[in-house]
Design a protein around this ligand. Structure first.
Ligand code: PEP
Length: 249
């Protein structure tokens, strides 16, 4: 049985005070029976991880360097540094990193490897653009993106790592994949893993992301291959985020 997980991706939002207030409210009313994770901007991770150490809350990063440890990589933060300040999770290959920072598939695969090597749990995002969606190319795009992670890390990496299906046309747009459409893609993702190892495919959690709100979360999470959500906008309001977490129970 796969335990549901709800992760909040704050993107570049908030302040130190807002981060404290938001996470205090989440921790206070976090439901049991579902893994809850917040991914604030990197500068707030250390303080939040220390403040809520010993609770069930997971704290993760939104990205990490593909390079290990230390080096001449101005502006980058390594997986080791994230782990050092208390992160235990990291998102890699978010579409905003792929599109705005030109991160190619193989770099995402190396970031996934860097996270695993440090003991962080990586969540790799995959998903098609609106044009690719309309051209019926979603499967092809996801197969390529996932293929790069598998080529570099092998199927065994999914003993620990997770996948988030995030159709780019649904991120921050208010458009959501219908539960049926999401289920079909999640099932396709699982079938890609099953080509390598049926047992790992069965156990790997596949999250859905793209305009998940309290009003649509329950129906999405009720799909047999949807194991929770990666939440953007609705993760910035404790009441919305908690309602989504409750829908995942
Ligand atoms: C995201 O940023 O990963 C995301 C899914 O955003 P939103 O929930 O706002 O669509």
């Amino acid at each position: 049985m796969r335990k549901k997980l709800v992760a909040g991706n704050w993107k570049m939002h908030g302040s130190r005070a807002m981060a404290r207030e938001l996470v205090d409210a989440i921790v206070k009313d976090m439901p049991e029976g579902v893994d809850v994770l917040v991914c604030p901007p990197a500068v707030y991770i250390g303080e939040l991880a220390a403040r809520h150490a010993g609770t069930a809350l997971g704290v993760g990063a939104q990205d990490c360097s593909e390079h290990a440890g230390q080096g001449a990589y101005t502006g980058d933060v390594s997986a080791q540094m994230l782990a050092d300040v208390g992160a235990t999770w990291v998102i890699v290959g978010h579409s905003e990193r792929r599109q705005l920072h030109g991160e190619p598939d193989d770099m995402v695969g190396r970031k996934f490897a860097a996270a695993l090597a440090t003991g962080l749990t990586p969540i790799v995002c995959v998903g098609e653009t609106r044009e690719e969606h309309e051209a019926g190319r979603a499967h092809e795009v996801i197969e390529r993106q996932l293929g790069a992670v598998l080529a570099i890390n092998g199927i065994e990496a999914f003993h620990k790592g997770l996948i988030a299906y995030e159709p780019i046309w649904a991120i921050g747009t208010g458009l959501t994949a219908s539960p049926d459409k999401a289920q079909k893609i999640h099932s396709f993702i699982r079938s890609q893993l099953a080509k390598e190892d049926a047992n790992i495919a069965r156990l790997t959690r596949v999250l859905y992301g793209g305009s998940v709100k309290p009003a649509n979360a329950a129906e999405l999470f009720a799909q047999p291959d949807v194991d929770g959500g990666l939440i953007g906008g609705a993760a910035l309001a404790a009441s919305d985020f908690l309602a989504i977490c409750a829908a995942a129970r």
